[in-house]
Design a protein around this ligand. Structure first.
Ligand SMILES: Cc1ncc(COP(=O)(O)O)c(C=O)c1O
Length: 371
């Protein structure tokens, strides 16, 4: 493994210091939860090693409301979706192995295969193609050597989604070639209009990954999971988990279990606020003439770009945005894309901060246009 720090982590707001930013439109999750709002008394918790697969009560909550064929034995609890992705890539790929990854993507989905030295074939998702997965392009990229196809839906950084029919067609492609599909569905609970089935419920060749970080604003307890019905893969992934962590944090897992057991007390308010913030962003997008976007279908991020006909000093734009407008977004290079595009996270800030940040984006851009 050749590890390299990723710009998205080096330049992340938590590493920069939250105090330098007033309008934080760079986050990819819903507003962080405050511990006291969970009203938990965990004084009796024994701080022991936990179940290596993950607290069974938590695993049962994870699949509880799902109309699927999954059981708690198909769920492996991990330290966030990030470590689930790491476990899958490092378990299934070696240097030189071929995989297909959608690009742009959540950086780890690309960076870990890169660090392994895998032979990456990119499936481009472009503005011109509405940031959709092009099924015919994917079909051409999959070969008998393909070990893994890696997709994210709802997509980060664009918020686009694929249809259930397309998901099923992709699974057929993967099955026909003896590859696996890694389906990062971390934003699944935040789909606006329709929610896809858990992809792992559709085939033994699919591994679904998700977490509590994004929808529920709980990134600090580092609880995620992977799901697969394939028993051999579960055993392999458990071996990887045991070598890295032995087991997860019993404290984090207990918080997660108790949260999940009463998530209906929290989720309706989260969803309402998230949809209102999406509407604020949409209204703003329609009201201005310097940026354009592909409207997201889920999640709390979108990936607008500066209109192509505008000549803009992008370095100045991001500098002014932070210094004069105290606003921060995720520049395109976080995703190995042009800095004329940026990830805008609308779910994390307060509505007032979101509105101020959107005004700031327009202000900073207008001051950065070449005359
Ligand atoms: C698509 C996607 N997958 C996985 C992760 C990892 O998140 P976590 O490890 O907090 O669950 C992120 C975080 O930004 C993400 O956007």
């Amino acid at each position: 493994m050749k590890y390299v720090r990723m710009p998205i982590e080096i330049e992340s707001p938590e590493q920069m210091g939250y105090s330098t930013i007033k309008n934080n439109l760079s986050e990819s999750s819903y507003t962080d939860t405050i511990f006291k709002d969970l009203n938990l008394n965990m004084n009796e918790l024994v701080i022991c090693y936990g179940d290596h697969v993950g607290n069974p009560n938590l695993r049962s909550q994870i699949i509880k409301d799902e109309a699927s064929n999954l059981t708690i034995n198909d769920v492996l609890v991990t330290a966030g979706a990030a470590s689930a992705l790491f476990i899958v890539s490092t378990s299934l790929l070696s240097a030189g192995d071929e995989l297909v990854v959608a690009k742009p993507n959540y950086a780890t989905n690309i960076e870990t295969p890169k660090a392994i030295g895998a032979n990456i074939k990119y499936l481009p998702m472009t503005f011109e193609n509405n940031y959709q997965v092009d099924l015919e392009a994917l079909r051409k990229l999959i070969t008998p050597k393909t070990k893994l196809v890696s997709l994210t839906c709802p997509h980060n950084p664009t918020g686009t989604m694929i249809s259930e029919d397309d998901l099923k067609e992709i699974i057929q492609m993967v099955e026909a070639s003896n590859a696996y599909l890694l389906f990062d569905e971390t934003y699944r609970d935040m789909s606006f209009k329709f929610k896809l089935p858990i992809a792992a419920s559709l085939s033994e060749r699919v591994i679904s990954v998700s977490s509590l970080s994004k929808t529920y604003g709980l990134p600090g307890i580092r609880i995620g999971w992977l799901m697969t019905r394939n028993k051999n893969l579960q055993e392999l992934f458990l071996a990887a988990k045991e070598q890295i962590f032995i087991c997860g944090s019993v404290v984090d897992e207990e918080i997660a279990f108790r949260y999940m057991a009463k998530r209906q007390d929290f989720f309706p308010a989260i969803r309402k606020d998230m949809l209102e913030k999406f509407q604020i962003t949409k209204n703003w997008m329609e009201s201005q003439d310097v940026f354009e976007w592909i409207e997201p279908s889920g999640g709390v991020v979108c990936f607008p770009r500066i209109k192509p006909d505008l000549k803009v000093d992008t370095k100045k734009f991001y500098e002014l945005l932070l210094t004069d407008f105290k606003t921060y977004v995720g520049p395109g290079h976080w995703f190995e894309e042009s800095d004329r595009s940026f990830r805008l996270g609308f779910g994390w800030p307060k509505q007032s901060e979101l509105k101020d940040g959107l005004v700031g984006l327009e202000g900073a851009l207008k001051k950065s246009i070449w005359s």
